[in-house]
Design a protein around this ligand. Sequence first.
Ligand SMILES: [Zn+2]
Length: 487
Amino acid sequence: MGSMTPIRRGMRGPAVVAEDHGSSEPSAPGVQDLARFGSGEPLDLGADDFPVPATLVRYTADIVVPCDGTGMVLAPGVLEVEGDRLVHVGRTPTNRVATEVRLEGAVLPGLVNVHAHSPMVLFRGSGEGLPLDRWLTEVLWPREAKLTAEDVYWGMVLGAAESLRFGVTTTCEMYFEEDAIADAVLATGGRAVITPAILQFPDDDGNPSWAGRLEEVAEFHRRRNGDGGRIEVGFGPHAPYSVPPEVLTVIGALAAELGSLVHLHVAETKAEVDQFVGTHGRRIVHALADVGLLEGRLLAAHAVWIDDEEISLLAEAGAAVAHCPQSNAKLASGIAPLTGMLTAGVRVGLGTDGPASNNDLDLWKEMRLAASLARLRERDAGVVSAVAALDMATRAAGHALGRPDLGSLYNGAAADFILVDLDDAVFSPMSEPTDVVGHLVWSAQSRLVTDVWVGGRKVVAGGRCLTVDVDEARTQVTRRAARLVAD
Ligand SMILES: [Zn+2]
């Protein structure tokens, strides 16, 4: 039924970005990547299926919100794109010859979702009302045991198409069947940091085969890091309670050697923390320090139940947190100490978590909820401004991934940007162009994203995905989800 999944295992060699991300500066590989673009060298975009404009394209928009962390707005604003990079962002154009494109609305960088399990659209709506531990053991894990690579491919196609439709151009993915995820992301035209899930169940002899899985992930990194210029590969050990310390130590060393991101769940529920402290005699962030993970590119998802000392440890180490307010609220996990983390200087980006616990991939809702819940927690309407909320979905999210080339519009950044329709009641009144930031966070919605570009290539136009057949993906996911539920 339907077309065969074009899974292309091992067919793609490492592209140019692989070397950039795998070399000696583990904390900010994007910076090295950027260095190339000031040098006048031709861009090696890697093998790809979609045309990229070969010459300079100049986009002029009513409003450009570069998302530099200050709330600065260009009205009008100009982006100039060459290949997959921005080569000029400003109020006025350069004098270079270019193809001119006029955009009506507001241009923002593509949003960056720093914690997702997008293929879990296959499980959307399952296990509603269960607490996290029961939902995992009774609903999710039995179904995941039946997953095929083709299931994950179609789940990721639909999830990535949903993200792109919402203006989310990069997602940080933790899941299994990583080749299928990479294939799907490339097919949709999106961008991803893929951190293959490392979570082993005992084999027939009762021993989890950690070494085998680590080798698989390392091999996946060798083959596909930098693929198409839009895939970065990291490591996704599930959590400190599910992956033993000695395995985390090996992962940390391997990731540091490759300059790769380590992405794991940290202190999501109080029960998890209580149990961890009871077993290990250490709080979770201290345990991460023990195994050396704080020294590398670390992305801790959730961090709901961390204390002030743990926040300080994360801040001092330059570690990042993926804040997932909607998942935490829906699963009643708690309200993360966002204000404390931001004040301490922890790098925080927003994540949706998986669509089985959210239930969508809409980062716009996370912006508003993050600010709302932080204000409720602190009982202070002055914390987490609209600028700060937007920052966590854009620039700060890129930084949380160790990718300053994402989530912000500036000369040398990735040409990932979105167009928002301002011709809507939610943007009125707008007495000053800078009012747009408050409206984007507090009254706009993802449905107002009309057009999306990733790496200079248009992938959504008029709210419609240009790259994959979304109806086909929906049909595939519906059929496959029904099979996974059945015994
Ligand atoms: Zn998660």
